[in-house]
Write a protein that binds this ligand. Sequence first.
Ligand code: PLP
Length: 378
Amino acid sequence: MIYFDNSATTAVLPEAAETARRYMLEQYFNPAAAYGAAVRVERDIASARGTIAAELSADSSEIVFTSCGTESNNTALFGSLGAMHGRGRVIVSAVEHPSVYEAALVLREQGYDVQFAPVDETGKVQVSALEQLLTKDTRLVSVMHVNNESGAINDIGAIYALIKRRVPDCLLHVDGVQAFMKEPPVKCDLYSVSGHKLHAPKGVGALYIRRGVRIKPYLIGGGQESGMRSGTANAPGIMAFSAAVSDFSAHREEYLASMLAVKKRLYADLSSLRDVRLNGPDIGSAAPHILNMSFMGVRGEVLLNALSEKGLYVSTGSACAAHKRGKNRILNAMGIIGDRQDGAIRFSFSHCNTVEEADTAAQMIEEQLNILRRFKRR
Ligand code: PLP
């Protein structure tokens, strides 16, 4: 089996799984309880908070643990706006993950003036177009750090500087789910991350909330997470997330170089095939773990199914658009339409992949293309 769908989720790191096991079977105490064993779990969670905070150049007090990237994104949008008075403008990029995009549509129903910032043909938000949309009553801007389909990296530094210069009270939320640990930390007001994209188990994420930013909590109850998110802390998930982050941090250069090598090799192999196009930025200027290519003359989902039969797992991009012909919102926004959109496949890598896998995958793809294109011509 060759797994090239690491932007969907990753295999859990054995040390992270072992850590989770320990906090499920041995140190399973409620961290809010009063006895020593529970207090030690609480301290361990504080240390995990510090580990995540350090990777975001943040203070521990600015990190709230959540259940996933979706919850972090929803909390950032609904929570920050819920803490403000009145309505106003909200700008999100046209290529956001559904956990931001669909949330923005709900905000529109609630009376916010929601605007979508366009992207260029590589999937990057056009800062000048965003500037045109910024009005004095803009409350929140949400722009993802790395796009999950194209691998485009947004210029968050320029966007933050622009917002603070033009509308100082406006908040910038950044969905960092695909960028965390892979791109350097950025200055912003809210930043979402998710554990399972980084070899931690599913069910844990975090939200950076810059000191001074107010959030109306979503979950009300026992006041855990400094009152920002009630509910007994997911100690196994949080501790495993911290273990996975520590591992990535210790091997960062090696892991990033290895992902990029696999991506470059697959790109080189596939580029030698007929009628293949790259979607997104040049290989060198995109995130190291995402490669999106179109195979002209075949349907992406047909190729995906054929490849999965052979044991190669890839994706056609956004899960919500996978079954709707011509309706890939992200590629549409990049101006990639028709045959090129229909034939798009996303490959996403982790440090567990090898260049040999890239060669084998390219061979499988060539074989399947030969079959599918011949079939199509009849
Ligand atoms: N944001 C981006 C950019 C993503 O790629 C994903 C997951 O695919 C999410 C948010 C949602 O994360 P989670 O699956 O942890 O809810």
